[in-house]
Design a protein around this ligand. Structure first.
Ligand SMILES: [Zn+2]
Length: 287
């Protein structure tokens, strides 16, 4: 059996702390929850109109529904369904390596860079400003409440747009490759390194949605019998020349964006070379 959220896009809790959603869940007992042409039947409440973001799988059973209200007052319902899974794993032939990129999401071995949308980055800055303004407003004042709603709306809009962007990227890659390698990096660990003065990744790390993106990739691949392969975070993807295997310790310095291999003379873009190494490591691991 395989479980899937009919509205998987609502499952991530990236900013839960900030949004403090009000929600309740209920189990489906003998048809107490039903969906019929754009209406949902809920226990106690009865029939409610809804906008279904995508149809339920055929022959699936509704297990649980969760109704939530966003801070700006919108209602969402997320539906957990269960269905028989007949997906057979495929033997991977087409591999892709992804190197995490702080500002652009990823650099891929065989694709263009992720191209994180400029409008999103701008909107994120706007949100940060709005949040600062909110923090200056007097507690319990009407202006504060107005600003709180403004912030909540902007927050939701950005989260939706980002999720949409990540879904499209993940879908695109999952459809084109049989196995995708990524580094198993813990973003928390990376953020912590900031304290010893080595890195200052700032807000973009938390906000560009790498974790959310790799989760999407994992299930979009799995639905097709494909795999996401996590490479050990200590694997020296940035230091090895992908052509001859020479290990260049000078590239431990993050400011080295390009380098020429002293052994085979290949010229490398740091991230592209890393992505190719990740792809090859994934290939080796799956063999
Ligand atoms: Zn080389």
């Amino acid at each position: 059996m395989f479980q899937k959220d009919a509205d998987g896009s609502r499952k991530d809790n990236v900013d839960e702390r900030k949004t403090s959603r009000a929600s309740y869940s209920t189990n489906n007992q003998k048809g107490s929850v039903r969906i019929e042409d754009n209406k949902v039947k809920l226990p106690r409440i009865g029939w409610v109109k809804l906008c279904l973001h995508r149809p339920l799988m055929e022959n699936s059973t509704i297990k649980t529904v969760t109704v939530s209200r966003t801070p700006s007052g919108k209602y969402y319902i997320s539906i957990l369904v269960e269905y028989e899974n007949q997906i057979l794993p495929i033997i991977p032939e087409k591999f892709l390596g992804l190197d995490f990129a702080m500002h652009g999401l990823y650099v891929a071995s065989d694709e263009d860079d992720a191209d994180y949308p400029q409008f999103l980055r701008k909107a994120e800055k706007r949100l940060a400003r709005a949040q600062r303004r909110l923090s200056r407003r007097q507690k319990e004042s009407r202006n504060r409440e107005k600003q709180r709603i403004r912030v909540a709306k902007l927050h939701e809009k950005i989260a939706n747009e980002r999720r949409d962007f990540l879904h499209k990227k993940a879908r695109y890659l999952a459809d084109r490759y049989d196995a995708i390698g990524i580094e198993d990096i813990s973003l928390k660990a990376m953020a912590k390194r900031k304290k010893d003065g080595k890195f200052s990744f700032g807000k973009s790390v938390a906000d560009n949605g790498w974790n959310l993106f790799t989760n999407m990739l994992a299930y979009k691949l799995a639905w097709q019998g494909k795999q996401l392969i996590k490479i050990d975070k200590w694997y020296p993807s940035s230091q090895s020349c992908h052509v001859c295997g020479y290990q260049n310790n000078e590239t431990k310095d993050l400011s080295v964006r390009e380098w020429t291999c002293p052994k085979c003379n290949s010229h490398h873009n740091r991230d592209k070379n890393a992505a190719i190494n990740i792809r090859e490591e994934a290939r080796r691991m799956s063999a």
